[in-house]
Structures are given as structure tokens and as C-alpha cells.
Design a protein around this ligand. Structure first.
Ligand SMILES: NC(=O)c1ccc[n+]([C@@H]2O[C@H](COP(=O)([O-])OP(=O)(O)OC[C@H]3O[C@@H](n4cnc5c(N)ncnc54)[C@H](O)[C@@H]3O)[C@@H](O)[C@H]2O)c1
Length: 263
């Protein structure tokens, strides 16, 4: 439950969030609304996105500044259509959060080229496609903030997780370069790298595997996992003017997990 603000750190700013129908993306949609943003939520899951919109309208009233655009972010025509719909509703997109993504466990010999391409279309290429569609609006405005949701797996990883580790590392590289290239237009570009975050999928997994949950908790210095709002709080800071001197950075939000030497 959030109260929509008209005076928060994102007041009046149009923020577009990909993969916003559930999980971390839903947390970011809620966090941006809480801080006064006008939000375009893009997700491939039409029923899920419409259900969240209805829920937010029930919580905040019909005037909540939220547009849901059913979008496959791997398809540039759908990306440009979603951005155009958002602009028609709320004006230029000045905050962009590239959050849509999924896991990929694979064997490097068994994985097919099609599986590789499908995965990288979502976990890496879609972020460039969104930036390609939104950067002209930000350049014209002379301001903007982009946040990519990467992962601790850009720095350390599991066995057989190489596509995910490669895509998330790629997102951090993309972030650095866009920060260099777009700074002269007043545009900041950062990554946020979450650790274990309690999305519905992770909660289900831990319900089935309580021993895995205890093992993971034991190596977290704070002894807890993140809630989606913990990631959203950092994302919303980076979207806001309070972060005006922060660009080209990758913000770890992992409860100290990667501070531990494994040996
Ligand atoms: N949950 C974690 O512990 C964790 C940790 C580190 C990084 N991440 C990253 O955070 C992001 C969100 O993860 P999550 O756990 O909330 O996932 P999730 O599966 O709960 O949500 C992902 C959302 O993306 C949407 N989506 C999938 N394919 C899409 C497409 N082609 N076009 C548009 N939308 C699409 C899904 O419908 C869903 O609503 C991902 O990039 C993930 O890699 C998650």
C-alpha cells in the first residue's frame, strides 16, 4: 500500500519501467508513484499488468498517474509504440528503468544458438532498444536518468549460469559507455545490481527448499534477503535529482553478500 505524492523526489516526472507487472519491477512502479512520478509500466504479461493497474487504482483512486502498455521489449516496434503511448499520456520519458529479464541456466555445449539469441534479446538487447527509443526524448530535454537492473552475477556467479553472467556483465558495460556518451546531454546512466530479492518466484522456491533458504541466509551479513522495495528505494534515488553527480556506476544492493570471501 502506497500513498501517491505530488511533492516527492520524482514529482511530475515521467518514468517508464520495463517488466513492471510483478517482482522487482512492481516494487519500482510502486516506489516511483509513491515519490510523485507519472509511470508507464511495460510488460509482456497483459493480464498481470492490467491486474496491477486495477489494484493500484483500488488503492489510490482512479486518478493514479499510471499507464500500462502491454509490450514485448525485445520487439523494437512494440518498444516505440509503448514509448509513444507513454509520451501521449505524460510527456517525454525522463526516467527509464530497464528491469525486464529472466534467468538462464545452460551448458555451453548443449545450448543452441536460438536459445542464446532468445535469452540475449531479453536480458541485454532489449535494454539498448529501450534506450534507443527514449534517448532522443532525453537529449531534446537536456536531462534524464536511466537505470539498468543488472545483478550480483555481473561480478560473481554460479556454475552453468554463464548466459546470465555474460548478459548482466554486458549491461554494466553498456551502462558505463552510455554514461560517457550521454553525459554531455545531461543524461545520467547507472546500473543497480540486486542480490537475493524476495519476488514471488524466490518465495515459492524457498517454500519448496527450506534448507536452501537457511544456507543462503547464513551467508548474508544482515541475515535477511531484500524485498522489492529495497531495490526500488535505490533505483528511485538514482532517478531523482538527489543523484545528480552519480553516473556510470553499478550500485550493489545485496545486503553485503558479495563482501564475503568464499574460501
Ligand atoms: N529476484 C532476484 O533475486 C534478482 C536478483 C538480481 C537481479 N534480478 C533482476 O531483476 C529483474 C527483475 O527480476 P524479478 O525477479 O523481479 O523477475 P520476475 O520474473 O518476477 O519479473 C520479471 C517481469 O518481466 C516481464 N517480462 C519478461 N519478459 C518480458 C518481455 N519480453 N517484455 C516485457 N516484459 C517481460 C515478466 O512478465 C515479469 O513481469 C531481472 O532483470 C532480474 O534478472 C533479480
Amino acid at each position: 500500500m502506497v500513498t501517491v505524492s505530488t511533492t516527492g523526489s520524482l514529482a511530475g516526472r515521467h518514468v517508464l519501467v520495463t517488466g513492471g507487472a510483478k517482482g522487482i519491477g512492481e516494487g519500482i512502479v510502486r516506489g516511483a508513484l509513491l515519490r510523485g512520478a507519472q509511470v508507464t509500466c511495460c510488460d509482456i504479461d497483459g493480464p498481470g499488468g492490467r491486474a496491477l493497474s486495477e489494484q493500484l487504482r483500488a488503492e489510490h483512486g482512479a486518478q493514479v498517474p499510471l499507464l500500462f502498455a502491454q509490450t514485448d521489449v525485445t520487439d523494437f516496434a512494440q518498444v516505440t509504440a509503448a514509448v509513444a503511448a507513454g509520451v501521449a499520456a505524460f510527456g517525454p520519458v525522463l526516467g527509464l528503468v530497464n528491469n525486464a529479464g529472466r534467468n538462464s541456466y545452460a551448458d555451453p555445449v548443449a545450448m543452441t544458438e536460438q536459445e542464446w539469441d532468445d535469452f540475449f534479446d531479453l536480458d541485454l538487447k532489449s535494454t539498448w532498444l529501450m534506450c534507443k527509443a527514449v534517448l532522443p526524448l532525453m537529449r531534446a530535454a537536456g536531462t534524464g536518468s536511466i537505470v539498468q537492473i543488472a545483478s550480483v552475477h555481473a561480478r560473481m556467479t554460479y556454475p552453468n549460469y554463464f548466459p546470465y553472467a555474460a548478459a548482466k556483465s554486458g549491461l554494466v558495460g553498456l551502462t558505463r559507455n552510455l554514461a560517457l556518451d550521454e553525459g554531455r546531454h545531461g543524461i545520467r546512466v547507472n546500473a543497480v545490481s540486486p542480490g537475493y530479492t524476495l519476488t514471488p518466484m524466490l518465495r515459492d522456491y524457498f517454500r519448496r527448499e527450506p534448507a536452501a533458504e537457511q544456507q543462503a541466509l547464513a551467508v548474508h551479513p544482515l541475515g535477511v534477503f531484500a524485498e522489492p522495495r529495497d531495490i526500488a528505494n535505490v533505483v528511485c534515488f538514482l532517478l531523482s535529482d538527489e543523484a545528480r553527480f552519480v553516473t556510470g556506476a553499478d550500485w550493489l544492493v545485496d545486503g553485503g553478500l558479495t563482501a564475503r570471501f568464499a574460501g
